[in-house]
Design a protein around this ligand. Structure first.
Ligand code: SAH
Length: 204
């Protein structure tokens, strides 16, 4: 997985590669899917949701340009896999999931695996998580119709937001927004992606 799907497709950040090597993806999917855990495609998890393909997790994590002291917010905990990758790289991760069952099982799984720097919250992540803002990086792992304003407001100056944005439910462009001043943001478009919808007040 690391050599072929990640490095072979251009992932270069050493901290990202190390984290992807260390986190056992099979621990985040149903036992019946464990054999497929290191293939480069998304897999189903509970609640009709999916765990993203490894390449996309690595790509989005690299795009966040993380430093080890960063405080990161993830929207869309799902299985907790992407949160575990982030937790290997930065000091603190807050992750928000709207489905109670997924939030609960991700919390248990991350605890069993020994993560102490990841906090799983249940709620509508389109509103961010104001209590611990501002964040150095925010990553959204579900597709939004447009940039959720609360997330822009919770970025630290210099912070990066990586989010799939698109007018259709299942096809988006991965966008990176950098906050360069109090009310100044710079936006780049990275690549085409396909995520489950971000459902909530500032989402679908
Ligand atoms: N990062 C996950 C993949 C998540 S799939 C992993 O590594 O497994 C997207 C997730 O976003 C789903 O679990 C879905 O329930 C959740 N989601 C959708 N809208 C949301 C919202 N407004 N707030 C929080 N989570 C949301």
């Amino acid at each position: 997985m690391i050599r072929e799907h990640l490095m072979g497709r251009g992932i270069r950040n050493q901290a990202v590669i190390k984290a992807m090597r260390e986190v056992p993806r099979e621990a985040f999917v149903d036992e019946s899917l464990a054999e497929q855990a290191y293939e480069d495609h998304p897999l189903p998890i509970a609640g009709g949701q999916t765990i993203s393909q490894p390449y996309i997790v690595a790509y989005m994590t690299e795009a966040l340009e993380l430093h080890s002291s960063d405080r990161v917010l993830e929207i869309g905990t799902g299985s907790g896999y992407a949160a575990a990758i982030l937790g290997r790289i930065v000091s603190t991760v807050h992750t928000v999931e709207r489905l109670a069952g997924l939030a609960q099982s991700a919390r248990q799984r991350l605890e069993l695996l020994g993560y102490t720097n990841i906090v799983v919250h249940e709620g509508d992540g389109t509103l961010g998580w104001p209590e611990h803002a501002p964040y150095d990086a925010i990553v959204v792992t579900a597709g939004a119709p447009e940039l959720p304003k609360p997330l822009l407001g919770q970025l630290a100056i210099g912070g990066r937001l990586v989010i799939p944005v698109g007018a259709s439910h299942d096809l988006q462009v991965l966008v990176r927004v950098r906050r360069i001043g109090e009310s100044e943001y710079k936006r780049d478009e990275l690549c085409g992606v396909r995520f489950v919808p971000l459902i909530g007040t500032a989402g679908w």
